[in-house]
Design a protein around this ligand. Sequence first.
Ligand code: NDP
Length: 270
Amino acid sequence: MGQPVAGNPSQFMMERSFAAAGLDWRYLTLEVAPEDLAAAVAGMKAMGFRGGNFTIPHKVAVIPYLTRLTEAAELMGAVNCIYAEEDGFVGENTDGKGFVSALKEVIDPAEKKIVLLGAGGAARAIAVELGLNKAASIEVVNRDASRGRALAELLSERVGIESKWTPWNGTHGLAEDTDIVINGTSIGLCDGSAMVPVDPSTFRESMVVADVIFNPPQTLFLQAAEEAGCQTIDGLGMLVNQGVIGFKIWTGVDPDPTVMREALEEYLGI
Ligand code: NDP
């Protein structure tokens, strides 16, 4: 559920995966206005939905209609995935888990120095999961002071890892000892010519560089990192892996991630 939801690839990806797993299930993309959210969640319960995903503008607003939150969702203060229990729905957040599981295919974040660009919903979800996965430190680079500071404080005070906010004025230069760099901003979404304002000469071969942007998956930011010899991870991996996690939560079955990625690429025309 979200608003707007036109063009959202999740239904296409999930229904392909249900079919591939031999499950006669449905995943529906539902446009729900904020004032109808309570009725819509009550309707899901009445009709026996096993769960669902929530996107903008419902990720925070849905919380009062749930019976409890997982640890990650509680720390993030946002829910993108719910699942049914006997007396109602549990709120989970799979955004950060999807990212970390894509990251772990390349590098384990434990004990790593991380630079996170952005402090919005996606960056917050990623940061909390990286913290729960024992990252050594997370430098939050963000333009907006209140969002940047709030995320760094959440990480150091509630998640218990070293963190600081760095103001983002002009072009950001990366510290040489950075292990992992993540673009968690919306820069580059549906705009292949937009470059994240990071000095590309500060990329080092030893860095792993990831982007949350999945459309287009090959962003200028990732291209610049690749040219510098870095290993890169595109936003499709995060999207596929959060799909994998939701699918398993609802059905108890492990889906085939290759089927999901191919469905996404087909839907997005990549
Ligand atoms: P938000 O609106 O919550 O946050 C946007 C962030 O981007 C803020 O930190 C904002 O900074 C920053 N930002 C935007 N424009 C600029 C700019 N020109 N210069 C510097 N910073 C900028 O969005 P979300 O966090 O929800 O989503 C971010 C992106 O993540 C979206 O593109 C979304 O599609 C993608 N995403 C991908 C997923 C995946 O599975 N691959 C899953 C979820 C999201 P400031 O605070 O200073 O305004």
